[in-house]
Ligand binder design. Structure first.
Ligand SMILES: [Zn+2]
Ligand SMILES: [Zn+2]
Length: 340
């Protein structure tokens, strides 16, 4: 199959979306769609949106690019033994599809005016704004009102033919802009730590995390501690709509703007709301899904700015609970294990 290659080479932009890059390849070579390129290059089915990391060398040959040039694109996928599927965005691997937009992704009309290509950062669910143009990203076509599908033919045109560069955009809130800026810290250069939303040391703490760690922190703080989302329906990750995502970002900024006293406030509120949770030990009984998510995703030393005050609160809580309820010697070793 390797003897067949695209006639015209398209140069990928740094941190471009793989889908967007393939759209541009299809346009430059008069293919009907980028799915057609995937079919010819990889034998991919037209309905499967995944491009595996192992397929990049074949795709590089077909599109007349180097493996390195294609490997830096956003949206490549891989299967990791015992961990599951991961997706590469802005050069980092993300562990949850909930953190991503892989079939539909929003755009900034003014970025498209400057250069019509899709940015890899637009695949991130928590990226809701363009820091450069200070506007909200648009995820629906103003003309046909449909979500912007990544199966469309060109980055700058909706499937209905509307030129997305002509879309109006709304100004973004300061919190959205801050998170968007921290996300593109990887691609757009050093970050100014001054923010109207949260103190500089908290901006630094968030910016130091991996992209996956940042997404988990936003989810833990926004969804588990402050969200008005019913935890009883499961603490599992689920796709949020744009309004929910913006609310979650605002909630996280509210918490971090007076930290850790607002953490203590939020945890006390959750305990009051969910006193009937059950679990294997005192901590689980009191904090249920919050503690489960914490243990799975937030416990490591990268998250010390969250874990230190969280664990101090829980330790205090368990101390009080043990005084109020029956003291049991059996509880102690278990608690030591859970809280260490
Ligand atoms: Zn922009
Ligand atoms: Zn449209």
């Amino acid at each position: 199959m390797d003897q067949y290659r695209l006639i015209n080479r398209t140069q990928p932009y740094p941190f471009e979306s793989l889908r967007g890059f393939l759209m541009r390849c299809a346009g430059a070579n008069h293919y009907r769609s980028h799915q057609e390129i995937l079919q010819y290059a990889l034998g991919a089915s037209s309905t499967n949106p995944q491009v595996e990391q192992t397929e990049i060398p074949r795709l590089a040959i077909y599109t007349r690019n180097s493996v390195n040039e294609l490997s830096q694109l956003s949206g490549i996928s891989r299967q990791v033994p015992r961990k599951g599927r991961e997706w590469k965005i802005l050069g980092e691997w993300l562990s949850k599809s909930t953190f991503l937009k892989l079939r539909h992704a929003p755009i900034c009309p003014r970025c498209l005016q400057e250069q019509p290509f899709l940015q890899g950062a637009w695949h991130l669910a928590f990226n809701t704004a363009c820091w450069k143009h200070r506007c909200q990203l648009i995820d629906r076509c103003p003309q046909c009102k449909r979500q912007l599908a990544l199966s469309r033919r060109q980055p700058e045109y909706c499937e209905c033919g509307f030129d997305l560069r002509k879309s109006d955009s709304l100004p973004a809130e300061a919190e959205q802009l801050l998170i968007a800026r921290i996300i593109v810290n990887r691609s757009d250069g050093p970050l100014n730590l001054d923010s109207a939303c949260i103190p500089a040391n908290q901006v630094e703490n968030l910016a130091r995390l991996s992209l996956d760690g940042l997404c988990h922190s936003l989810w833990f703080l926004g969804h588990h501690l402050l969200g008005n989302f019913p935890l009883s329906k499961g603490s599992g990750l689920r796709k949020l709509d744009d309004r929910e995502t913006r609310e979650m970002i605002a909630a996280v900024c509210w918490l971090l703007s007076d930290w850790p006293s607002r953490l203590n406030q939020a945890l006390s509120r959750q305990i009051a709301l969910n006193s009937k949770w059950s679990g294997d030990n005192a901590t689980m009984r009191l904090l249920g899904p919050i503690q489960r998510y914490y243990e799975s995703h937030i416990g490591s030393c990268d998250f010390r700015f969250i874990s230190s005050p969280y664990e101090a609160f829980v330790r205090q809580l368990v101390k009080q609970a043990r005084i109020k309820t029956r003291p049991s010697r059996l509880d102690s070793p278990q608690l030591e294990l859970d809280l260490s």
